[in-house]
Design a protein around this ligand. Structure first.
Ligand SMILES: Nc1nc2c(ncn2[C@@H]2O[C@H](COP(=O)(O)OP(=O)(O)OP(=O)(O)O)[C@@H](O)[C@H]2O)c(=O)[nH]1
Ligand SMILES: [Zn+2]
Length: 325
């Protein structure tokens, strides 16, 4: 997994500012942020101890997956003093703004199924966001036991594979053992973030991989007195089963990936089916939207680009920065 430098107690994140200096002289405890709700966090140490944490100074900068240094817990609660540098950071967004989703992820698993009807844009957005964050992605088609009306799932898999994405097909509920043995070789030793539209089978897959996940969720809700309230933050579950080690990060109530931070170059790099036609445009900084003499538009008109993919490209590119290629 991209790494918990648990034993290190360095101060390179403290940046020498007074408000970031530890308020205690006792040695700091290092751990992983495994859950969050507003300004409350759960930090888990490498020994498996878990305690509630608050960010010193009430900064909104802690995200699930962070390795943090905390004051030794008093009555089960500690203060997060510093965040270790992150290997990567994924974003999500809602209607109003872009927010962080999770840090230090090794693999993004994008789950979809033929029922309920999936939205290809969700998959494509997740692929863009993963690519931009520099994290490999694995597309998981679940519920293969259900009929695939109009072959929508099959066509999607063919498209994704044709542009170089890794896709596996499972039936988490009807074939749990096969699903587990298909997933484990890909997930072992990694921190894998599960994303998917509601009802695609994320929870079923999570419970298959980390059987204690439900109990851990209950414990978290009780400790923070959340009741039935759901949270939009991710949750990190360490798996220490006999047959595998790794972590699975669940994203309940997940809405959208934040793509507002993407530049045109990022989008094209993550869409090779569009980028393949993006050489020879009349303008060197062509955005392949309305410019005359555009080779992407010409390829679209010749039927060499999937119109649905171009529509998606256009929607995302219209919100992107204009950087010359
Ligand atoms: N037929 C079939 N049903 C499945 C499969 N996997 C999950 N389901 C069912 O699909 C429904 C939704 O599964 P969940 O695991 O709750 O889906 P989710 O993605 O976690 O949904 P949210 O909690 O809303 O985000 C449940 O009724 C599952 O039993 C499968 O492989 N085949
Ligand atoms: Zn162009």
């Amino acid at each position: 997994m991209a790494k918990p430098k648990f034993s290190e107690n360095r101060s390179r994140n403290a940046r020498g500012r007074a408000d970031q200096q530890p308020a205690t002289t006792l040695p700091l405890v290092t751990g992983r942020v495994t859950a969050s709700h507003g300004r409350h966090f759960f930090v888990t140490t490498p020994e498996g101890d878990r305690f509630e944490a608050h960010r010193r100074g009430k900064k909104g900068d802690v995200v699930v997956g962070d390795i943090v240094r905390c004051t030794p817990p008093a009555s089960g609660v500690c203060a997060i003093e510093a965040i270790e540098p992150r290997a990567n950071l994924l974003y999500r967004s809602d209607e109003w703004r872009v927010k962080t989703l999770a840090a230090n992820i090794d693999l993004v698993c994008i789950v979809f199924a033929s029922r309920p009807t999936f939205n290809p844009w969700f998959i494509w957005k997740a692929l863009l966001a993963s690519h931009q964050a520099g994290i490999p992605a694995l597309v998981v088609r679940n519920k293969c036991d259900l009929p695939d009306e109009n072959d929508a799932a099959r066509k999607q898999i063919d498209l994704l594979r044709s542009i170089g994405h890794d896709v596996i097909e499972v039936s988490a509920k009807s074939e749990p053992d096969v699903t587990r043995s298909t997933l484990l070789p890909r997930l072992t030793g990694k921190a894998s973030l599960l994303v998917g539209q509601s009802g695609m089978g994320k929870s079923t897959i999570l419970n298959l991989l980390v059987p204690h996940a439900q109990a851990a969720t209950r414990e978290f809700s009780e400790a923070l007195d959340l009741g039935k309230q759901t949270t939009t933050a991710a949750r990190w579950y360490d798996a220490e089963a006999d047959d595998w080690r790794g972590a699975v990060i669940d994203t309940p109530g997940f809405q959208e990936f934040g793509l507002a931070h993407l530049a045109l170059n990022d989008i094209l790099r993550a869409m090779p089916d569009i980028a393949a036609h993006a050489s020879g445009c009349r303008f060197f900084n062509c955005r392949h939207l309305k410019e005359p003499g555009c080779t992407v538009k010409a390829a679209l008109e010749r039927g060499e680009i999937d119109p649905a993919r171009y529509d998606f490209y256009r929607a995302v590119a219209q919100g992107a920065d204009t950087l010359p290629l």
